[in-house]
Design a protein around this ligand. Structure first.
Ligand SMILES: [Zn+2]
Length: 79
C-alpha cells in the first residue's frame, strides 16, 4: 500500500520553486520532480479520536534519483 496519492497519472516531471528559489535535488542536483500529496497525520496527537488531525503536505520526488522532498506549503510549479 502506498502512502502517496498522485494528483493524476504520472506525466512529465516539472520544475518547482519555493520562497522564490528554484528547487533542485540536494542529492543529484536535478531540477525536475513528480508531485504528490501526502497525509502526515501519523505523528500528530488526535485530541478527539472521532476527529483525528489530518494534515497534508506536498511531496515532490526527484525524477532522476527518486529522493523525496516534503513541503508543508505547496511549491509553485514553474511553467
Ligand atoms: Zn535527485
Amino acid at each position: 500500500m502506498s502512502i502517496f496519492r498522485p494528483l493524476s497519472e504520472p506525466e512529465e516531471p516539472s520544475r518547482y520553486q519555493m520562497a522564490g528559489i528554484s528547487i533542485s535535488c540536494p542529492h543529484c542536483k536535478n531540477q525536475t520532480f513528480y508531485e504528490s500529496r501526502v497525509q502526515c497525520n501519523a505523528c500528530e496527537p488526535a485530541y478527539d479520536e472521532a476527529e483525528p488531525v489530518i494534515k497534508t503536505a506536498t511531496a515532490i520526488c526527484c525524477s532522476r534519483c527518486s529522493l523525496i522532498l516534503y513541503f508543508t506549503n505547496k511549491p509553485n510549479k514553474i511553467m
